[in-house]
Design a protein around this ligand. Structure first.
Ligand SMILES: [Zn+2]
Length: 268
């Protein structure tokens, strides 16, 4: 990966410029809107920050250098950097301090790098906690808090249809282009298809809107889905076909909605 070029040298430092690239790639890959929350990208795809990868490269490289013969210039310089707590060693100390981990030349020289395993383990735990906090504190994506996030990425695998993956991600994340987009101002959130006078959010579109009941009958065998039924479908709990039925429903109902909205919608 070109972005990680030379990470053996700089990989112990976290850089948002590096992380941005991965986030951009995931959004492009799954055709997600720009406002897709970062925490959702990581949780749905089970991805980790690139830092976890560059850190491994960096520490493995240091391990090699520190195990070189003492007459090698790289080994000599590395030891001076460590003795004086400079540059990359200083950055490693800062990171280790965050997780209450000890770091020393002998640990860095240990061929098995047990220290690194501990470090990455604690790093992943902390990253998982931060992601959970972001889910809980999200102002605009309340549905996501009700989902089974541990099993969330089950639909993202090599055997899934790619359009299905993109669609299910958007439904789980409330990322479909519907009227209810509370992060936008000067917008009418109500459903323009029916006369229920309710917000056109993802639940209304998938489970409730009476104008789309024929599509629901075809995909789910019923005209309306209750909240828990809907959440179970999003979690892929009902049966192996439930996500596939949801995908077909969204594909067909959304193109029908688009046709109706081209005639009339509050936000055209
Ligand atoms: Zn409606």
């Amino acid at each position: 990966m070109v972005m990680c070029y030379g990470a053996q040298v700089w990989g112990g430092e976290e850089h948002d410029e590096v992380e941005k690239l991965q986030r951009y790639f995931l959004k492009k890959l799954y055709k997600l809107p720009n406002n897709t929350p970062n925490y959702m990208l990581f949780l749905e795809t089970s991805s980790q920050p690139l830092y976890n990868y560059t850190l491994r490269l960096h520490v493995n490289y240091l391990n090699k250098v520190l195990n070189q013969s003492p007459d090698r210039l790289t080994n000599f310089l590395a030891k001076i950097i460590i003795e004086n707590k400079l540059s990359w060693y200083k950055a490693l100390l800062v990171q280790a301090g965050k997780y209450n981990l000890e770091i020393s030349v002998s640990l860095l020289m240990d061929r098995h790098l047990r220290w690194l395993k501990d470090f990455i383990g604690k790093l992943c735990e902390q990253q998982a906690t931060i992601l959970q906090e972001k889910v809980i504190n999200s102002e605009f994506h309340k549905q996501y808090k009700c989902l089974d996030l541990a099993g969330g990425s089950r639909y993202i695998n090599d055997s899934s249809n790619f359009h299905l993956i993109q669609t299910i991600f958007r439904v789980r994340g409330e990322l479909l282009e519907l009227n209810y987009q509370p992060w936008k101002r000067d917008r009418i959130f109500m459903c323009s298809l029916c006369n229920m006078n309710v917000n056109e959010d993802t639940y209304h579109f998938v489970s409730v809107c009476p104008v789309l009941k024929e599509f629901r009958l075809r995909s789910f065998g019923k005209k309306r889905l209750e909240w828990q039924e809907y959440i179970d479908i999003l979690n892929g709990n009902n049966d192996v076909n439930s996500l596939n039925n949801l995908y077909k429903y969204v594909r067909d109902a959304y193109s029908y909605r688009k046709m109706l909205c081209s005639e009339f919608n509050y936000n055209n």
